[in-house]
Write a protein that binds this ligand. Structure first.
Ligand code: BGC
Length: 451
């Protein structure tokens, strides 16, 4: 038998991902405290259509059915996040056993169905009680996070073999502290580097706690968006370097190299703090893996009045763009993985998110939903991933974003990334054509991509 060219290595881990606030609903149930996302979505004008996570996919109550959706796809693993404020409603101190119990039941349900749980400790929903104490601007946040992490490790590490500290700290600080489009909605170039630094101190403190209490694997997840210059002018090349340092190195460097790239000082000027050297002993910890979330690239040009990078993305003619305005550019995934290995060494990697929002037609009478643009996106990106493996990248697995349509943060429910379509009026889930392709990819370990 000839070997299919897109077959993935034996043991390759196929999964799908979600996050707590985007799917769970019942945000204040069973003694949970509010998170900053609860507050943000309930502040008029902050989300499209006034959408909130009050119900979302009602996963908090329907999790057993959702595990069956995963099983129907043949998923090996499921990456979900824990809502910190369910577990520690007042920030530090009192543990809420009912909040903890939800995640314990979810993990048991996954294991009973042969699905490996991958738990993320922080996917943006900081307890509001901690935001009231300054949130990520407070240096104590590293201790708060380590305390929370410890509670979770003690409760679940016997059953959860793979943990992530933070999901996409860049988005937290760029959206939450620099531009204000995401919770907690601040707009300050003075705050953003401080929040970023404390996030990486917290991640480091969480990993240290894991070494004391955990027995399996822990890592951290970065969103990487490769930057390509619009022209080879010195200005555009410098702008591209700044954009790349800001988005792709600002978090991975302190975590994996114990330093910051020099461009950050250039970008932030007087807002760039003089961080104590000792902090880097905390930020730089040995990780068992790194998760990379990849969606798109940016082509960059210099623009003097663009705050604060003096760089802007340039639209590309004759390219497909998703509903979130992102160019479909699969070569960027291969390039990203190769770059990551070159800069940070041969760390085991997972693609912890990859996917696309496209307009979906209503479910047809025969129960089918054809989503050709998303299907094509998945095919192209899996092939690009395979090319990275052939180039020697140590890639262990892939999690599609997302298991099902959900609350796309401030963009509301209109942007649909799901493998499963969700009718938010009835909570009916329907597999899209992409879900069916993905099930065949998993079953054939990629060989179906040869067709
Ligand atoms: C986040 C997800 C989000 C997705 C699509 C990532 O930045 O981790 O929560 O829904 O991208 O925007």
């Amino acid at each position: 038998m000839t070997r299919a060219s897109f077959r993935f290595p034996d043991g390759f881990h196929w999964g799908a991902a979600t996050s707590a606030y985007q799917i769970e609903g019942s945000p204040l149930a069973d003694g949970a405290g509010p998170s900053i996302w609860q507050r943000f979505t309930h502040t008029p004008g902050m989300t499209a259509n006034g959408d909130t996570g009050d119900i979302a996919c009602d996963h908090y109550r329907r999790y057993k059915g959702d595990v069956q959706l995963m099983k129907a796809l043949g998923l090996h693993g499921y990456r979900f996040s824990i809502n910190w404020a369910r577990v520690l409603p007042e920030g530090p101190g009192r543990v809420n056993p009912k909040g903890l119990d939800f995640y314990s039941r979810l993990v048991d349900e996954l294991l009973e169905n042969g699905i490996v749980p991958h738990a993320t400790l922080f996917h943006w929903d900081l307890p509001a009680a901690l935001d009231d104490r300054g949130g990520w601007l407070n240096r104590d946040s590293a201790h708060w996070f380590a305390e929370y992490a410890q509670v979770m490790f003690k409760a679940l590490d016997d059953r959860v073999p793979r943990w992530g500290t933070l999901n996409e700290p860049w988005v937290v600080t760029d959206g939450g502290y620099l531009h204000g489009a995401l919770a907690p909605g601040h707009r300050s170039k003075y705050e953003a580097p401080i929040a970023a630094h404390n996030l990486m101190r917290a991640s480091g403190a969480g990993i240290q706690a894991y070494r004391a209490h955990g027995k399996h694997e822990i890592g951290v997840v970065f969103n990487i968006e490769p930057k390509y210059p619009h022209s080879d002018s010195a200005e555009d090349l410098a702008a591209t370097r700044r954009a790349h340092a800001y988005m792709n190195e600002q978090f991975a460097d302190p975590a994996l190299l114990g330093s910051y790239p020099p461009e950050l000082q250039e970008i932030f000027g007087d807002a760039w703090p003089d961080f104590p050297d000792d902090d880097f002993k905390l930020t730089k910890q040995e990780v068992d893996f790194v998760g990379i979330n990849y969606y798109t690239r940016a082509v960059v040009k210099q623009q003097a009045d663009a705050y604060p990078l003096q760089a802007v993305p340039v639209g590309q003619p004759n390219k497909t763009y998703t509903e979130t305005g992102w160019e479909v550019f699969e070569q960027g995934l291969t390039d990203t993985l190769i770059w990551f290995k070159q800069r940070y060494g041969d760390i085991p990697l997972y693609i912890t998110e990859n996917g696309s929002a496209f307009y979906d037609p209503p479910v047809a009478e025969n129960g089918e939903l054809d989503d050709p643009l998303r299907t094509s996106y998945l095919r192209k990106h899996l092939k690009a991933l395979h090319r990275a493996i052939e180039a020697g990248v140590n890639l262990k697995g892939y999690y599609a974003w997302s298991l099902m349509d959900n609350l796309e943060w401030s963009l509301g429910f209109a942007k649909r990334f799901g493998l499963y379509h969700v009718d938010f009026a009835t909570q009916q889930r329907t597999p899209k054509a992409t879900a069916k392709l993905y099930a065949r990819v998993i079953e054939s370990n990629g060989a179906v991509l040869d067709d």
